[in-house]
Design a protein around this ligand. Sequence first.
Ligand SMILES: NC(=O)c1ccc[n+]([C@@H]2O[C@H](COP(=O)([O-])OP(=O)(O)OC[C@H]3O[C@@H](n4cnc5c(N)ncnc54)[C@H](O)[C@@H]3O)[C@@H](O)[C@H]2O)c1
Length: 363
Amino acid sequence: MGSIDNRLAALAGSHVFLTGGAGLIGRQVRAQLLEAGASVSVLDNLSAADRDTYALCGVNLDSPDLAVGSVHDTRLVAEHIARADYVVHAAAHSTVAGCLADPDTAFASNIAGTETVLRAAARSPRLKRLVFLSSAQVYGHGSASRTHEQVFTEDAPAQPLNLYASAKLWGEAQTRFLLNHAGVDYTVLRPFSVYGPGQIPKPKAFNWAIAQLSMYAAIGDPLPLNHGGRQVRDFLHVTDAATGILHALTAPAASRQTLNLGAGRTTSIRQVAEMIQGHFPHAKITDGASSAQDPLGGRADITAMAEALGWEPKMTVADGIADFVTWLHDTPAAIPGWLREEGGAQRLAAWRAVDDTARAARS
Ligand SMILES: NC(=O)c1ccc[n+]([C@@H]2O[C@H](COP(=O)([O-])OP(=O)(O)OC[C@H]3O[C@@H](n4cnc5c(N)ncnc54)[C@H](O)[C@@H]3O)[C@@H](O)[C@H]2O)c1
């Protein structure tokens, strides 16, 4: 974040309760809050990775400010919120594939856990604001165009396509309902594709293009591009995501708003691959599955976000990829064993098999 923005001065001396604070976004939010002079207590059940991986990503598992536990532990959550001036609720079973694979955990963490946090927040006389991290997944595919990029404004219809997204949509509605009723201030944020150091791909999760393709390149595997890499995403570097979250805690105009959190520009997966190739000149870009049915993707309209937060993301995707690659060079152990073992040829075959199945289903 560099020098502290004066508009974040309200955070100095305050206490922030951060759920999911050991995760990708939470770690950066915690670091920036400390830099802004706040004290932070983290509640995280460390379910997103093994302990070695958390340690590799800079989480001090012995920190007295880290409570290892779940957001559906009513007593623990109530104790933390009673001491907090602000809450950032970032804990979630946080991937679409993870929620599909384990809907019970998704339900417990993303719905029951969110209810626990919101109820405790609604009872707090000292809370200044709660920020709930929803997701751009609530928009689904928009109009699902295969030829036109989507621009998602906050009033676009919600079309959640999976449990992860529908739980986020429910969390948004419940935040508004419970906290409006209790007179407690809140902001709902819908992050787009957040990436950055410490993002470690999970098996069968194909949505973290920058991390995945960088790791393939680092181990000398080809970079397979689905549908020629035409698909676009709104990539937001994790430092920008965290700064946006800090502004959402403090900006007066963000009160009771639901806002996109994105960079407001699209980058195609091919452009990402080519930028990664700039760091690994030996890396070969190959054709993966064609998946002609996949929508092109899109970006956030950040007009409302910029106006309410008085802030816009700073980092270009090229700089963000350079930052990720530097971290990867310094932290080669972050490349998961399964990703190394999978091998380029096997990966390509698996992607093509998915594509063949999709084609057969269409014919
Ligand atoms: N990364 C993205 O691109 C992105 C995009 C949109 C929304 N979000 C949302 O932002 C938030 C943070 O995402 P992230 O990328 O840092 O994910 P992450 O998986 O890295 O971090 C989430 C953290 O929450 C913790 N957690 C999960 N269930 C918990 C429970 N029951 N109790 C306590 N802690 C629990 C996990 O252990 C993990 O450390 C999530 O709510 C996610 O859904 C992320």
